[in-house]
Design a protein around this ligand. Sequence first.
Ligand code: ZN
Ligand code: ZN
Length: 266
Amino acid sequence: MCKTPPPKKFAKKARFVPPSNSELYVYFCNLHHVGMALWTLYTIVFGPRPYLLMTVGMYLYSDMYSALLHSVLDDKKALAIPGIAPVAKGFQEHHDFPQETTSGKGLLVLCSDTVRIQWVCAIFSLLIGRRDSTTFALVLLKLLCCAYGTQFGHYYAHNRHLCVGWLKPLSWLQDAHILLPPSHHWNHHKAPYSKNFGIVSGLSNFFLNPVLHPDNYQFYVILTLWTLFTMFDVAVIEQLVPQVAPATSSIFSAVANSTIYSAIEL
Ligand SMILES: [Zn+2]
Ligand SMILES: [Zn+2]
């Protein structure tokens, strides 16, 4: 008589608990987000307003920047670099816990995760750049597209089911590849996680996939590139693009003018 085999025991997958930030840091991040919203509003009303081509260009650039950053942070070697290791750990945990680390954290917390790099980018851009209308417009676009755009595109790629009602247009943008399409991003979530690193629109992946494949790059080369782009991109871009018209009523123009006047006085 044959015995019925005992039911198989499956190991329970450990539940992911996202690390929580201190109350003070949460308060600082919320203040930062309010400041960014006010800066954006102020720029729309008073200027200096980036022109359409600059806005589109920075949006496309942000997908490339996100691909570079993502490929660095997904690499195991990044786990050994002080300062970068905790962020890299977060990126690599996302492969094991895709939903827990996106919808489980919430969009606001995800945006708060970018506050530190926003300050790094802004400080370097303002130190190295010309600090004129074009610099302010580029810094604003970089923070909006590279930080908030990355989290927004990625969050809704994992939460397409939320794109209903008044958020329905987001699904149209995903279908048009203007926002990261879920099916496109899902190809990143297949081991060994070596393609589709761009997470704003995913458009740059079509030409960056062969370049950013771990078999084809040296980790320290892309780490250096990411560092250089973080520090110098705005300073380089502002030299190459037509200038943004200064708005006389803007406090940013006032800062830029005072910088010029002090330079003349010197
Ligand atoms: Zn990844
Ligand atoms: Zn993902």
